[in-house]
Design a protein around this ligand. Structure first.
Ligand code: GLA
Length: 727
């Protein structure tokens, strides 16, 4: 039983294979957090609640007998505002009297097998025998507001999913001012905070810094996840490294404004909060109404960052990514964007398909430019009718010709957007987001449709459904090329305008749900100017996401390494493009650390390049299982090493290993061995190229000699790939 409750000590213990999480119901039904860390058998933990000494400045509830009790410094299970805890709080409610005193006390709990779904929101899922869920009911006695704290334990993965539902069980309306999905009070500040910042074309840059007294954190205010910060953080013990030490990862299953806030208090204790950003949030709850928070996923590992990442990868592959394509082999695609931009017609795409077929490619994706009068990015978003003049025929004919070549067909959409120069906008100017009386700013010459409105979603769904149902479409790339500004709308009453951003996200989820439910055969790939909305919420609807518009293979290394901290490589859209930075071999080696595909004009390849591409396609099939279902080991960090970026995939049974080295700069006069990781020391591994055999122990301790590889006159100049198979 991963979840236990001792009725005498009123202690909750939530155990995974490698971690323990504990909290208790204390005097006056306060929920007090006690422990999160390596797995422990002990059940006498209540003394862990004392993390400071109460002086006269720490408010004390006179009904509590324990004189040392004060919310000012005690660890809270779910901290509330304005009740004597002065640290950043997870939950704040403005009651009918106008004050924000929020005071949740334990009422009851239940432990259930499996995991309930979260209404309207993406979330991890589990069968009854795969996970166990604890639901703790707490209530504020004055407002009557009830909160149900949910904890699902994925024991095998060292993971827990947390969220909450607030229900107004009182008689008057209340306003939720902040609703974090997760609050975690840790007894020390001996942590580094690691997170991913970035910008368009440079997503997922890793930054690691020691926690400081005071507040630190990162967030999105863009209405979408954004390129600027990813909803993921790791707290690492300061001695933790890639493969050693304690790493605690938190990932938010959400695609809108979010916030990760860490406050180190005066006693050197740390509070981590993760959830919807309170900055632009206020949710009005009439009596009887409820609010479901997004889910935050926590992973604990004692095998450093690498162990944490592999746990996230397995969890998200098995318990987040859904649908027919979750485990089905994905078709190897070629995308028209970098090959042609807006400059294509039907015959040109058919030529692409013919060439691609020769190379072994399995699907052609027609990117932006096929609808309305979309000849550039100044117009036509929202007019999702096929431009037959441009295609020189119907879409059905085009798809038929592509299918005749033996290729599947995919198509691009940007469903949430509208161009001012579009029929949709001319008919419904009020469907674009702008607060009443304001003029909406443009981003990439476009406005954002108000996805909070059902009639807007219905219109876009119908337009999309018409094209999809009449054509043999196997894949959709769902793009989103700007953020929200001038947020607000004329439909919500003033006291509900604070709900706008979250309602937008719920609207997007609803539309994605309708499309994926109506057309379950479609492989959906999300995109937002590259990785502007690369988050677990999107992964729930689409098993893959375009990682970045930057297809320079050297730049891609840091972007993909960063993304891999939380997301499985099977979800990371990665293509070989015409980018001139390196030769084809390196581009392919880097794209293999992802979904793999092409984004270039296949007619422009030389005969030698075509042979190279055919070999890469063969490799794609050969290594598909190893890459998509294997364990990733990041060996050399491209943000730290001046010369090399090394990584490795190991099959779950440790019989196969694929090692890749990309040389970012060529060192002169050096000798280099690299130790492999994650092998079985007792197995004998044969280098498939040289036939040499080494023990796993040798390869992990003495390493592979790579100095010759770098001296060889590699025409491509940049990469080494080694494949080992155990006998
Ligand atoms: C975004 C995407 C690109 C491409 C263009 C089309 O920038 O990231 O891959 O689809 O839009 O306009």
């Amino acid at each position: 039983m991963p979840i236990t409750f001792d009725p005498t000590s009123r202690l909750f213990k939530l155990d995974t294979d490698c971690s323990t999480y504990a909290f208790m119901v204390y005097e006056e039904n306060y929920l007090v957090h006690l422990y999160y860390g390596p797995k422990i058998p002990d059940t006498s933990l209540s003394h862990l609640m004392y993390r400071g000494w109460n002086d006269s400045f720490g408010p004390h509830n006179p009904q509590v007998q324990d004189p040392r009790f004060s919310l000012a410094f005690m660890p809270q299970e779910y901290s509330c505002a304005n009740s004597g805890d002065y640290r950043a709080s997870a939950f704040e409610v403005r009651g009918p009297a106008g004050d924000t005193v929020t005071d949740l006390r334990y009422v009851s709990h239940r432990i259930i097998p499996g995991k309930p779904a979260l209404a309207g929101l993406p979330a991890t899922f589990a069968q009854e025998d795969e996970a166990e869920t604890l639901e703790v009911e707490a209530q504020d006695s004055v407002t009557g507001l009830k909160v149900f704290l949910l904890y699902t334990v994925f024991a095998r993965h060292g993971a827990m999913a947390r969220s909450l539902r607030a229900e107004n069980a009182g008689t008057a309306p209340v306003d939720l001012e902040r609703v974090y999905s997760l609050c975690l009070d840790l007894p020390t500040m001996d942590y580094d905070l690691l997170h991913l910042y970035g910008r368009w074309n440079k997503e997922n840059t890793t930054v690691r810094q020691a926690l400081q007294h005071g507040s630190q954190g990162f967030q999105s205010r863009q209405g979408m996840t954004s390129h600027n910060n990813n909803p993921f953080a790791a707290l690492l013990r300061q001695d933790a490294s890639e493969e050693q030490g304690e790493a605690l990862g938190v990932s938010l299953v959400y695609s809108g404004n979010f916030s990760f806030e860490i406050e180190v208090d005066t006693f050197g204790c740390s509070r981590l909060l993760a959830g919807i950003s309170p900055a632009s949030f206020r949710w009005h709850l009439e009596p009887g109404e409820s609010f479901q928070s997004p889910e935050a996923v926590m992973v604990f590992s004692q095998q450093g960052l690498g162990g944490m990442s592999r746990a996230f990868h397995r969890l998200y592959r098995e318990h987040l990514i859904r649908g027919q394509w979750a485990n089905k082999k994905r078709p190897l695609l070629i995308n028209s964007w970098e090959a042609a931009y807006f400059d294509f017609d039907g015959p040109k795409l058919v030529e692409f398909a013919k060439e691609a077929k020769e190379l072994g490619i399995e699907m052609l994706v027609m990117d932006d430019g096929w609808f309305g009068n979309r000849c550039d990015d100044f117009r036509a978003l929202g007019d999702w009718q096929v431009n037959e003049e441009k295609l020189k025929g119907s879409l059905q004919d085009l798809i038929q010709q592509v299918n005749d070549q033996g290729l599947l067909f995919g198509i691009w959409y940007e469903p949430e957007m509208v161009s001012p120069d579009s029929n949709l906008y001319r008919a419904h100017p009020d469907w674009a987001i702008t607060a009443p009386g304001r003029t909406g700013s443009l981003g990439r010459n476009q406005l954002v449709l108000d996805m909070t409105r059902p009639e807007v979603r219905d219109n876009i769904f119908q337009q999309m459904a018409e094209v999809i149902s009449q054509n043999n479409i196997a894949y959709i790339k769902w793009d989103c090329n700007r953020n929200i500004s001038e947020a607000g709308n004329a439909i919500l009453p003033p006291q509900r305008q604070g709900e706008f951003f979250h309602r937008y996200v719920l609207g997007v989820y609803d539309l994605m749900d309708r499309i994926t439910t109506a057309f379950p055969h479609i492989l959906l790939e999300n995109c937002s100017g590259g990785g502007g909305r690369f988050d677990p919420g999107m992964l729930y609807y689409s098993p893959q996401i375009w990682t970045s518009d930057n297809t320079d293979p050297i730049e891609r290394l840091t972007i993909q390494f960063g993304a891999s901290l939380c997301y499985p490589v099977s979800s990371m859209g990665a293509h070989v493009s015409a980018n001139p930075r390196t030769g084809l071999a390196t581009k392919a080696a880097v794209a293999m650390m992802g979904t793999f595909g092409y984004e270039l004009d296949p007619r422009k390849l030389t005969p030698e390049e075509k042979e190279a591409v055919k070999a890469q396609v063969a490799d794609y099939h050969k290594y598909y299982d190893l890459i998509h279902n294997g364990d990733l080991y990041r060996i050399t960090d491209p943000t730290l090493d001046p010369f090399f970026c090394d990584w490795e995939f190991v099959s779950p049974d440790q019989t196969e290993v694929l090692f890749t080295r990309v040389m970012m700069r060529r060192p002169i006069n050096f000798f280099q061995v690299q130790r492999l990781r994650g092998l079985d020391p007792d197995k004998l591994y044969t280098d498939q190229e040289t036939g040499e055999t080494w023990s796993g122990a040798f390869l992990m301790s003495a390493g592979v000699d790579l100095s010759l590889c770098s001296w060889a006159p590699v025409e491509d100049g940049h990469c080494v790939v080694k494949h080992f198979v155990a006998q």
